[in-house]
Design a protein around this ligand. Structure first.
Ligand code: PNS
Length: 162
C-alpha cells in the first residue's frame, strides 16, 4: 500500500509557501491530502467551500494531491485516511515551539503517525496567510506571495483594493 501524508492547516488562504511544501511533500509520498480544519471557533476570511475551491484549482497539476476537510483530532482523521505521516512546513525559529508541541501531542495521541517537517524555501520564510491578509486589507502588493487566483479572490473579498 502507498504511503499517505496529511498536510493539515487553515489555508485561509493557501499561499505560495504552502504550495512549495506541498509540491516537495508530493515527491516524498504516494499521496498527500491537504486537510482544511473546519473549526467553527476560528474566524476565517474565506469559507471552507471557498478555500476548497481555491486549493482544488491550485493542485490541478498535482496528480497525487487531493483536498479534504476535517474536524476533531488530526491523528484520528489521519487514521481514517490510512495516513502514516503529517506534513508540516517550518519557517523561522518562531514556528518551532508551536510545531514542536503539536508534533509531540500528536505523537502522544497516536505513535503510528509521524510528523515530517520540511524547511520552507528561503523565498517564503516570511510568507504567512495572516500577514498576507493584513497587507491585502490595506491594499499592499502581495503578488508573488500567493497564486494569481488567490490574489484575485482576496481582492474581491476586500472590495477590489488589490
Ligand atoms: O494552519 P494552522 O493553524 O497552522 O493549522 C493548525 C492545525 C490545523 C494543524 C492544528 O490546529 C490541528 O491539527 N488541529 C486539529 C486538532 C488537533 O488534533 N490538535 C492537535 C492535538 S491537541
Amino acid at each position: 500500500m502507498g504511503k499517505t501524508a496529511i498536510y493539515p492547516g487553515s489555508f485561509d488562504p493557501i499561499t505560495n509557501g504552502h504550495l512549495d511544501i506541498l509540491q516537495r511533500g508530493a515527491c516524498l509520498f504516494d499521496k498527500v491530502i491537504i486537510a482544511i480544519l473546519t473549526n467553527p471557533q476560528k474566524k476565517c476570511l474565506f469559507t471552507v467551500e471557498e478555500r476548497i475551491d481555491m486549493i482544488s484549482k491550485c493542485i490541478e497539476t498535482m496528480p497525487n494531491v487531493e483536498v479534504d476537510t476535517f474536524g476533531g483530532l488530526l491523528v484520528e482523521y489521519a487514521a481514517t485516511k490510512g495516513a502514516t505521516a503529517i506534513l508540516r512546513g517550518l519557517r523561522a525559529v518562531s514556528d518551532f515551539e508551536y510545531e514542536f508541541q503539536l508534533a509531540l501531542m500528536n505523537r502522544r495521541l497516536n505513535r503510528d503517525v509521524q510528523t515530517v517537517f520540511l524547511m520552507t524555501g528561503m523565498r517564503w520564510i516570511f510568507t504567512s496567510s495572516s500577514i498576507i491578509k493584513e497587507a491585502a486589507r490595506f491594499g499592499g502588493n502581495i503578488s508573488g506571495m500567493v497564486p494569481d487566483l488567490v490574489r484575485e479572490r482576496l481582492s474581491a473579498k476586500l472590495g477590489g483594493k488589490l
